[in-house]
Design a protein around this ligand. Structure first.
Ligand code: PRP
Ligand code: URA
Length: 209
């Protein structure tokens, strides 16, 4: 069974509360999402392997440690997942970025794929899939299926707000994928929106409604 990591750091919780407020506009929403992504990235990259390297300080040579950032790929689920990429890239600037385009059919709530472009060596990388909202879990599960079809076997899912239903679905279909979230909310409503949630993440990031 995959683990669920709830990032309860006070600064993450503080910023998320501002994002949830309906009067918060797109500019602040985007900025806060970027800041939270960097903070969550700190936790999600905690076990990245270190390599020993020889360096010289102004005083003496020493053995030091570096992260093999080239072993990381960030894969946002379009559109809203894009809002979490820049924060992670601030943390690991050499990571590669793939894109998976999915939208939920408004009636059936089933995800529909419209785009997929991934780094060629994606199967050799730790892949961090980003999507602020884990609602029914359909979009995330489809994205994870697509990555596994391409040979990926080291994947983490980074979301902002999750519904219990979405977590259960990912854990059932992808027990090897750990989930990182800043909040687990109460439930889904009749339109499969997270309650209390923060509304439509894509629309709030891009100002489309
Ligand atoms: C939203 C969100 C997730 C998905 C979550 O995307 O960003 O991708 O819904 O719902 P699920 O867990 O029930 O699949 P949406 O389809 O609204 O597309 P958008 O990001 O382009 O707005
Ligand atoms: N997608 C969103 O953007 N918000 C939700 O609450 C559910 C799905």
């Amino acid at each position: 069974m995959s683990e669920v990591h709830l990032i309860s750091h006070p600064m993450v919780q503080h910023k998320l509360s501002i994002m949830r407020q309906k009067e918060t506009g797109s500019k602040d929403f985007r900025q806060l999402l970027k800041e939270i992504s960097l903070l969550m990235g700190y936790e999600i990259t905690r076990n990245l392997p270190l390599t020993e390297v020889e360096i010289e300080t102004p005083i003496s040579p020493m053995k030091a440690y570096r992260v093999l950032g080239r072993k990381l790929a960030i894969v946002p689920i379009l559109r809203a997942g894009l809002g979490m990429v820049d924060g992670l890239l601030d943390l690991v600037p050499v990571a590669k970025v793939g894109h998976i385009g999915l939208y939920r059919n408004e009636t059936t709530h089933e995800p529909v794929v419209y785009y997929c472009k991934l780094p060629e060596d994606i199967q050799d990388r730790l892949v961090i899939v980003t999507d602020p909202m884990l609602a029914t879990g359909g979009s995330s599960c489809d994205a994870l299926d697509m990555l596994k079809e391409r040979g990926c076997n080291n994947i983490k899912l980074m979301c902002l707000v999750a519904a219990p239903e979405g977590i259960a679905k990912v854990q059932e279909k992808h027990p090897d994928v750990d989930i990182y979230v800043a909040a687990i909310d109460e439930r889904l409503n009749e339109n499969a929106y997270i309650v209390p949630g923060l509304g439509d993440a894509g629309d709030r990031i891009f100002g489309t409604k």
